[in-house]
Each structure stands twice: as structure tokens, then as C-alpha cells.
Design a protein around this ligand. Structure first.
Ligand code: ARG
Ligand code: ZN
Length: 881
């Protein structure tokens, strides 16, 4: 499938959608499983779609890399003359309006390194079909608006594939000759082909049951390789919590008698919601406290929940076409965020999600691949499983809830399911359900699905002494982009509040508003510019704007540094309290970046805000840990006119050292107070305790006084859990402690056989902030535990280096760029999807100082001159455009 970048840049357009000309009511597949050559026999019951606008169109089936042995229509062989091939499609002439189409193909799972379609993973055979992997298994109209009932017969060697799984219920199984056996699975729910799955191999599993709200018993089974069987309990608990929560919060019950999850170490993404047979990256399933951190535990719970929630938002109601991806992903991310918020700390979760949005999504929104949450065009749809579609998409869904209230949102969702259960629909259908259920015209809200880039809201205040009113003006604008022209203003919810001179929350009244005095007022900006008047405020009231990050926008207001320090200390809105601290740090850092050396005196303001946080015993330690954070170097780079990675690194390191030196006593006190010999426990208070303690250790490791390394080394050795052990290891390695090498060696020895833990070992070295890591990179890649064929390893080593180690990747001599470009070219032949993710590291080359910009551009051009997959080709072409 390798093509030159310029040959495969023909995009698919959203406006070109046509309903399918043919439907497939039923598909019967038989797979004779074999690692090297699997035979797939398909019987498709096809009929013309009465709602098609192409009533004479011939039957077209998609297929990629299939060795076709037979094609029959109603039992009659279709000769080569009766079919033709166009791109990925086989077009069969003169098929009766209703017919049975049979195909027989061979595929080669063991040669499938792209991990899309049917592939060999360890000693299993697995599938990944979303979005267009099914066409690598058999001929099919592989598009989400064709919904089919599947019956799947799997046959294979009993010793090699003792477990045979597919979607739905197992309706038959038995022995065959020659040591073979078979199983037949039937999924009663019609589904698009992207939700098809099989898993076969020597799987071990744990089982449990869940009783639904209406009293049905569901059998739950989680499978992994036998050696990880003892790490599945947390995933099982998470699944049951997710099932219960969806019933309680949204009234959504599971609809089949079985639910399977299979964990694999070879997976391109996080996980996949195949109907009743989720397939997961092992990192989001396996967890025990000796090998997984508290953050890993929470991620497992969130991803298990996310895939489970897809059963309604994705499977029961699916997407009409891939432009609508955010319909299921934005909504399901929103749902998993709410789940985590309800089970754990809502403010902490919100701050983490906003951090992620700012660090990952907003740069994408400002880069060459910027697209609306509902893209207008794509070359390779795999490139659009993005932070924009997922996380900004979740923000769009959150805004419905903010605007309509919890009950209104629930009414909208209920109507959405009532109208569309069993259908493949669009974002417009979702919007209509939300509006109709609440008697609201949300027409203007639709612009969120079309706008590109992060909008800006500029705020200003003045005091109208005559009226005794504080006037807040808000003005919105969109970045320059052809798709934004003529769009008009968006509908933007902006939650605001005010503090008095003693930093106490005020309760103003919005003039002309329909609510009484309140601490937080929700403004709805739906014009270019609007003024809001408040009573009950003095001229010096301090505004806290965009509370809870009520819209995915850049909010600009001219706060003084002192005002930011006050908000950082006292804003009752946790997100804005955190955000004010970040803004304060950013202002100081950008001042520092501009200077040849040193930091401005205003740094003292940040130190006192941190001191207050460190010595506030009433503060939730988990929230305190979030407040004690600095923007990453990548985030700072985003805010620079022209990026100089060394200056950013120096300023940020200087600031960390300043804070550590001025707060050594406080940081040490927190560390000592929270350090404990208590045995590990999953208790929320213990998780929060470990989090703040390890943040204290993290900042201590920036101090000029190096005694922290003794504490870190002791913690590394004593730890009975991965959270503490890894935090100590990271401090030692990133802090260049003398003890680092011994700890790394010990870690590698302890966990040599543990793929997921070794990912941490690789990542901690690949991300050590030191230009010399460019020389370490090849050594890490030569390590026997590394493999370019394993996406988790590539992400840990190459991803860590290229995306999370700016001083090394952006080394002035270009050594980082050159190596990563070479790896992308090499990897593209093996796994284009993963290679394309790495290519994004070069996307923002134009923003760097001329020397680096030229080197990055040179690497992009070198890549473009070679043979590239459509995946990498699209990213490279966009970056060079
Ligand atoms: N639908 C999956 C999810 O739960 C992700 C599938 C991603 N597929 C891809 N080709 N990147 O989010
Ligand atoms: Zn998803």
C-alpha cells in the first residue's frame, strides 16, 4: 500500500456522502484460522437499498490485501469478466436486487504488522476493524451505515486456539477431525462491520457476573495471556462499576448475556469497543499495585468504562459516516470523564482534563492538521482519531450539559436513544434531539461542529459609577482559516464569578438575568461582542472568568500578576484557581525566556502562592498536587512567537530550582508528613497522599541542595508499590542523581519479563531532559526488550523522545530530528498508523527559530521524497503545505 505522498492526497469529502446503494441484512462468515494463511468464507445476503439515490448502482465491495479464491452470486461463479476492480473496491455487475453473494479469500495474519484487520499478537489471533480494517478480512461494504447481523463460525487447532471468541452469543461448539474444533457465534444486534471482532488463542480468563437493574444476569469474562491472570481483578471491578454507573446516571442497561474483554500487548491504540468483545491494549487492563501506578489504575478504570459506554453511544446508535466520529467519541469521552468525576474527585479530574486539552488538543488546533470536531475532509481516516475529535468533542458535549443543565441534557440523551436506537446517525441528529427535548433552538450551537481552531474570547471590565454597575464585555473571534469564513459567531457559555478585596466570593446579580444573586453566573455569548452588567459589585471586584473551563476557548483578560496570585490562592472554582497559578507561572516564565539569564522578581509571587498551598492543611492533597504544577516546555513553546527550546528549558529549570530552593522546608515537611510505612492500599486518601508526597519529591529534585536524592533512593528501595517506586526512579533519573544508574539497573532486573513495566523503564530514559539523550536513543532501541513492531515500545521510546523531550528532540545540531525521521520511514513500512503519530512531532516546524525550522523542514522533505503510506503522507504533506 505504499504510495508517494503526492499520489494519494485525494481527500474524501463530508459533503460527498451518499447512502449505500446496497444493504447487507445478514452475513455468515467461516474463518479457518491459521497464523500464516487463514481462509475466510463469507455469505452475504444483499439487497438494494430502497433509500439509495443511486438505484442502478452495481454492488461494490471493499477489500484490501485479500487473495480471492472464489466469488459467487446465488451459487453461480462470477468470472473475472463479470467483475472489475476500482481502488479498494470490487464491482460486480448484474447482481439481482436481492441475492446471496459468496466469497472465499485467504489472508496472512502473521505477516500483518500494521495490526489492522486480522493479525497475530503473541500466540493469539486478533482483529482490529475500526475504522476500515474489516476490508482486510473479507469483501464487504465496509462503511458504518451498513448494519448487518453476523453469524461467525471459527475453526482451528484446539491446541493452538483453545479459546475461540466472536461477537454475541456462542450458539454451538464442538470437535472436528485432526485435533481441530469450532465455535459458532451469533450477534443478535445488527452492527456495522467496524464492530466485528474475533479473538482466538491460548487465553486465560477470570469470570464474574453482573445483575442489571432489570434483574438480568450478565456473564463477564476478562482474558489475557496466562501469565497476567493475577492482574485482571481491577479491570473486572472497573467494568462492574461502569455498568452500574451507566444505569444510575443515564438509565442505560447492558443488552446481551455476555461481555468479553481481551488484553493484548500488540495494539495500535488504547482499546476497541467491538460488540460484546472489547479488545484492549494490555496497559488499560492489567494492573496490580506492584506493577501499576495509581494513575495507571485510574486509566484502566476510565478506558474500561469508556469502551463499555460505547455499547450505547457508538454501538446501539452508531455513526453514519466517519466524519461523524465525534458523535460517538466526543460523547463517550464526556461520559467517561463524568464517570471518573463521580467516582473520584470532580475538581481534580476536571483540572487533569483541561490540562490535557491545553497540552494536546490546542496545539493540534493551531497546527497544520487543524480540523473541526467534525472534519470536512480526510485522506486517511486513521489520522482523525485526534484530540480534537475526542477531547474537544467531549468539550462540545459538555457545553450542551452546561447550557441545558443536567436534567435537560438527560432529556436530550433520552430522546436521542428513543429516536435513533439501531441507527447510524449524524452530529446534526444529536443536536436536534438535544434541542427538541428541551424546546430550544440550538441552531447557532451547530457552528461548534464546523469551526476550526481554538476560538478566543477577550474580556474587559469597567465600572459604571453612575449606575453602580460593573460592566463585563466579552468579544469572540476565530482563528484565520478558510473554513471559518462566513461562519458567524459561536454560542459560548462563559461561567463567571467575582472576589472581593479580601478574596471572598461575591454574589452579584446579572442585570436583566433571570436568576438572583449567585456566586457563579452563566453567561451565554452568542454575538461577536456583548456587554453584561452586574449589580452588587464594587469597582475593585476581581473577575474569575470561564469557571470550570466552561468552553474550549482561549480566554484573555488583563489580570495583574497580583490579581493572578490572589485567584491562585482563593478562587473557590478549583479549575480557575489552578489556571490562575498556571497563568502566573507562564507570565514569569515568558519574561525569563526573553532574558539571557535569570528570572524576574515577580517569581516571589508564585513562591508565596505555592507556600500557601503547601501549608494549607484543609486542602485535598490530590488537589494540592494539581495546584503545584508548572506548564510543560511544550505548552510554553506553544505560547512563544518563535520557539527557542533551550531558552524555554533554561527558564523552566531555573524556576523549578528557585521554587525548590525557596520552599525546601515546606516541601520537605510535606514529604515527611506524607511519607509512611503503611502497607499499600487503594484507598482514595492513600492515593491522594502518595500523589502529593511524590509531587513534593518531584519539586525537591530540582533543588540546588542535592540531599533529596538520598530520600529518593530510600523510597525507591523501600517501596511496596509502583507509584512510589516509579516516582523515586523518575526523580533520580531526571534529576541526574548519582544513584540513578543503579536504580535503573535494579528496575530492569526486577521487571525484565514485564512488558508494561519495561515500557516505563524505557520512557523514563527517553524523556530525561538532556540533549545527550539523542545518543541514548539508539541504545534503547537496541535493547532486547525493544521492538519496532510493538506500538507500546515505539510510543515509550520514540514517542517519549519526540513528543516529551523537547531539549533532546530539538537539539540544535538536528541529531534528534534526523533519527526520528529515519525511524518514521522505517516504521511506515511496518505500521503506518503508529508512524503517522510520530510524524506529528514535526508538524509545527515553522514556529521554531530559523536554524531548527530549516532542519525540521529538511527532514519532512526527505520523508516526502520517499515512499510513504497515505497515513504518513497526509501528515507530511499538511506540514509542508
Ligand atoms: N473506537 C476506539 C475508542 O474507543 C478507538 C479506535 C481507534 N482506531 C484507530 N484506528 N485509531 O476510542
Ligand atoms: Zn472511543
Amino acid at each position: 500500500m505504499a504510495l508517494r505522498a503526492d499520489q494519494n492526497s485525494k481527500p474524501t469529502l463530508r459533503r460527498d456522502y451518499h447512502p449505500p446503494a446496497w444493504l447487507i441484512d445478514q452475513a455468515e462468515l467461516t474463518l479457518k484460522l491459521d497464523r500464516d494463511t487463514t481462509r475466510v468464507h463469507a455469505r452475504l445476503f444483499v439487497r438494494r437499498n430502497p433509500d439509495s439515490d443511486a438505484s442502478r448502482a452495481p454492488l461494490a465491495l471493499a477489500g484490501v490485501g485479500l487473495t480471492t479464491r472464489a466469488v459467487r452470486v446465488n451459487g453461480n461463479p462470477v468470472t473475472h469478466g463479470q467483475r472489475r476492480h476500482e481502488g479498494e473496491e470490487m464491482i460486480i455487475g448484474s447482481v439481482p436486487d436481492q441475492a446471496e453473494v459468496e466469497t472465499e479469500v485467504e489472508i496472512a495474519p502473521s505477516a500483518n504488522t500494521a495490526l489492522e484487520g486480522l493479525y497475530a499478537a503473541g500466540n493469539m489471533l486478533l482483529t482490529q476493524c475500526e475504522p476500515e480494517g474489516f476490508r482486510k478480512i473479507t469483501w464487504f461494504p465496509d462503511r458504518p451505515d451498513v448494519m448487518t447481523r453476523f453469524r461467525v463460525r471459527l475453526e482451528g487447532s484446539r491446541s493452538e486456539f483453545p479459546v475461540l471468541l466472536s461477537n454475541g452469543n456462542c450458539i454451538e461448539q464442538g470437535e472436528l477431525d485432526g485435533g481441530e474444533h469450532y465455535a459458532v457465534w451469533e450477534d443478535p444486534f445488527p452492527k456495522p462491520s467496524y464492530l466485528f471482532a474475533i479473538a482466538a488463542g491460548r487465553l486465560a480468563s477470570i469470570s464474574d457476573t453482573f445483575i442489571t437493574a432489570s434483574g438480568r444476569t450478565v456473564a463477564l469474562q476478562i482474558h489475557s495471556e496466562p501469565d497476567s491472570l493475577d492482574r485482571l481483578a481491577h479491570a473486572m471491578g472497573s467494568l462492574k462499576r461502569a455498568m452500574r454507573w451507566d444505569e444510575e446516571r443515564f438509565g442505560l442497561e447492558y443488552d446481551l448475556d455476555v461481555y468479553h474483554i481481551v488484553a493484548t500487548h500488540d495494539f495500535n491504540m488504547g482499546a476497541m469497543e467491538n460488540k460484546s468483545l472489547n479488545i484492549f491494549n494490555a496497559r488499560y487492563v492489567l494492573a496490580d499495585h506492584e506493577t501499576a501506578t495509581d494513575a495507571d489504575f485510574e486509566a484502566v478504570e476510565a478506558v474500561i468504562a469508556h469502551e463499555y459506554f460505547h455499547n450505547w453511544t457508538g454501538n446501539r446508535v452508531t455513526c453514519r459516516d466517519w466524519f461523524q466520529l465525534t458523535l460517538k467519541e466526543g460523547l463517550t469521552v464526556f461520559r467517561d470523564q463524568e464517570f471518573t468525576s463521580d467516582l473520584h474527585s470532580r475538581p481534580v479530574k476536571r483540572i487533569q482534563d483541561v490540562t490535557d486539552l491545553i497540552a494536546r488538543q490546542m496545539p493540534e488546533d493551531a497546527g497544520p492538521m487543524a480540523h473541526p470536531v467534525r472534519p470536512e475532509r480526510y485522506v486517511e481516516i486513521n489520522n482523525f482519531y485526534t484530540a480534537t475529535v475526542y477531547e474537544k468533542g467531549a468539550e462540545v458535549v459538555r457545553m450542551y450539559q452546561t447550557l441545558l443543565g443536567h436534567d435537560g441534557f438527560r432529556r436530550g440523551l433520552d430522546l436521542y436513544f428513543q429516536r435513533h436506537d439501531g441507527q447510524a446517525v449524524t452530529c446534526d441528529d444529536f443536536l436536534a434531539a438535544m434541542g427538541d427535548a428541551n424546546g430550544r433552538d440550538l441552531g447557532r450551537f451547530e457552528r461548534w461542529y464546523r469551526q476550526v481552531g481554538t476560538p478566543t474570547v477577550r474580556a474587559a471590565t469597567r465600572f459604571d459609577a453612575d449606575q453602580g454597575e460593573l460592566v463585563l464585555s466579552l468579544e469572540q473571534s476565530l482563528p484565520e482559516h478558510p473554513d471559518n469564513a462566513d461562519l458567524g459567531p459561536l454560542l459560548i457559555p462563559v461561567a463567571v464569578g467575582f472576589l472581593d478585596a479580601d478574596n471572598r466570593p461575591l454574589q452579584p446579580v446579572l442585570v436583566g438575568g433571570d436568576t438572583g444573586p449567585s456566586e457563579t453566573v452563566l453567561l451565554v455569548l452568542d454575538r461577536e461582542r456583548e456587554e453584561y452588567r452586574f449589580r452588587g459589585l464594587q469597582a475593585d471586584a476581581l473577575p474569575s472568568l470561564l469557571r470550570d473551563f466552561s468552553a474550549p476557548v482561549h480566554l484573555e483578560y488583563d489580570w495583574s500578576l497580583e490579581q493572578l496570585a490572589r485567584l491562585a490562592g482563593f478562587d473557590p472554582d478549583a479549575v480557575n484557581r489552578w489556571r490562575a497559578g498556571r497563568r502566573l507561572a507562564e507570565r514569569i516564565l515568558h519574561e525569563g525566556i526573553k532574558r539571557p539569564a535569570g528570572l524576574p522578581d515577580t517569581v516571589a509571587l508564585l513562591a508565596s502562592a505555592w507556600r500557601a498551598t503547601l501549608s494549607d492543611p484543609a486542602l485535598d492533597p490530590a488537589l494540592a498536587a494539581e495546584l503545584l504544577s508548572l506548564p510543560s516546555e511544550a505548552e510554553l513553546a506553544e505560547q512563544c512567537e518563535q520557539v527557542d527550546p533551550e531558552a524555554i528549558h533554561r527558564a523552566r529549570t531555573d524556576l523549578a530550582t528557585y521554587l525548590a530552593d525557596h520552599l525546601t522546608a515546606e516541601l520537605n515537611a510535606v514529604f515527611q508528613r506524607l511519607d509512611s510505612d503503611r502497607a499499600w492500599s487503594a484507598d482514595a486518601a492513600e492515593i491522594a497522599r502518595r500523589r502529593l508526597k511524590n509531587i513534593a519529591l518531584h519539586w525537591l529534585s530540582a533543588a540546588s541542595d542535592r540531599t533529596w536524592s538520598v530520600q529518593a533512593e530510600a523510597q525507591y528501595r523501600r517501596a511496596d508499590n509502583m507509584t512510589d517506586r516509579f516516582a523515586a526512579l523518575r526523580a533520580l533519573v531526571h534529576g541526574n542523581a548519582d544513584e540513578a544508574d543503579a536504580a535503573l539497573a535494579d528496575f530492569a532486573e526486577r521487571f525484565a519479563d514485564d512488558a508494561l513495566v519495561m515500557d516505563k523503564w524505557f520512557a523514563v530514559q527517553a524523556t530525561r531532559p538532556d540533549p545527550a539523550v539523542a545518543e541514548v536513543l539508539p541504545k534503547l532501541m537496541e535493547h532486547p526488550a525493544f521492538s519496532l513492531r510493538n506500538p507500546n515500545k515505539v510510543r515509550a521510546v520514540v514517542g517519549g523522545f519526540a513528543m516529551a523531550n523537547p531539549v533532546a528532540f530539538h537539539r540544535a545540531d538536528g541529531a534528534g530530528y534526523r533519527q526520528v525521521a529515519d525511524i518514521i520511514a522505517q516504521l511506515d513500512v511496518i505500521n503506518p498508523q503508529v508512524a503517522a503519530r510520530l510524524a506529528a512531532a514535526f508538524a509545527r516546524w515553522q514556529r521554531y527559530e530559523p536554524g531548527r525550522a530549516e532542519r525540521m523542514q529538511g527532514e519532512l522533505e526527505r520523508l516526502a521524497g520517499g515512499r510513504l503510506s497515505p497515513d504518513v503522507g497526509e501528515i507530511v504533506a499538511a506540514a509542508l503545505r
